[in-house]
Design a protein around this ligand. Structure first.
Ligand code: 1GP
Length: 259
């Protein structure tokens, strides 16, 4: 079935939001994969610990191994691989889905619609599930690669109403997911109060990422209303974090099963 027809990941995320069930995505930055043995280990740990998705990508990719990384994940697991592209160059049709991002916190037309126009015909011919996503960058107190690369000003960390109105506008424009990102390697994750304000104001599932490097920070984001967490850097530095965050999410989800 060609893209646009399949909705399995989107449907899953909508069903989970309905019952407050959380999801966990591990972000793999292909540039940081130097040892494929380590990636295979990580994939195996992710499978054992019931991670939901792999995200593959980043705002700047300097290498050319994205395809190999996707293949390696697919060879060792059945977990869905979702592309997290920084540009139209980062489309690989061997993945399962693509976060079709529009950077709605910025005013850079290239990332609001330009890159998407270029990528559309390739994606249309593929089997990728398209996940239309309003991408919102939050300035969590440092300058991450993504704000420089996107040539946009992130929303200040304490401007909750700006984030809320941006997310609401994204939803009203028909975007199916909202992804609030503090940027890879951010010093601090997005503040729980901002996550809570946005989560309460939209119906679509809310993805939160950037700077989540401990289980406590992960829990704060989840309890504030994130439906799906994305963790990259923290796991690169400490692979045990994958197990800890998975356990925390599985425990939260289990309490739902009991009630
Ligand atoms: C970045 O949200 C992701 O776009 C993940 O960020 O690498 O800081 O976990 P970290």
């Amino acid at each position: 079935m060609k893209n646009g027809m399949t909705r399995s990941i989107l449907d899953t995320l909508y069903q989970r939001r309905e019952v407050n069930r959380k999801s966990f995505a591990v972000l793999i930055d292909p540039d940081k994969v130097s040892d494929t043995g380590n990636l295979v280990k990580l994939v195996n740990i992710a499978v054992e610990n019931k991670v939901d998705f792999f995200l593959v990508g980043g705002s700047l990719l300097t290498g050319s191994n994205m395809h190999q990384v996707i293949q390696l994940i697919k060879d060792h697991s059945q977990l869905p691989v979702i592309l997290f592209p920084g540009s139209n160059m980062h489309v690989d049709v061997s993945a399962d889905a693509i976060l079709f991002l529009s950077l709605i916190s910025g005013r850079n037309p290239e990332l609001l619609i330009g890159q998407q126009v270029i990528a559309a015909p390739v994606i249309k011919r593929s089997n990728l599930e398209v996940l239309p996503t309003g991408y919102i960058l939050i300035n969590a107190d440092n300058h991450t690669t993504v704000s420089y690369m996107s040539n946009t000003t992130p929303i200040p960390a304490d401007k909750y109403s700006v984030a809320v109105c941006t997310a609401m506008a994204g939803e009203m424009l028909g975007l199916k997911l909202i992804y609030m990102d503090a940027g890879s390697g951010a010093k601090f994750p997005i503040r729980p109060k901002m996550i809570a304000s946005v989560s309460k104001s939209i119906q679509v599932p809310l993805i939160v990422g950037g700077g989540i490097d401990s289980v406590d920070k992960a829990l704060e984001c989840l309890k504030a209303g994130a439906d799906m967490l994305v963790v990259g850097n923290g796991i690169e530095r400490n692979p045990n974090l994958l197990i800890e965050v998975s356990d925390a999410i599985n425990n939260l989800n289990q309490t739902l099963d009991v009630h």
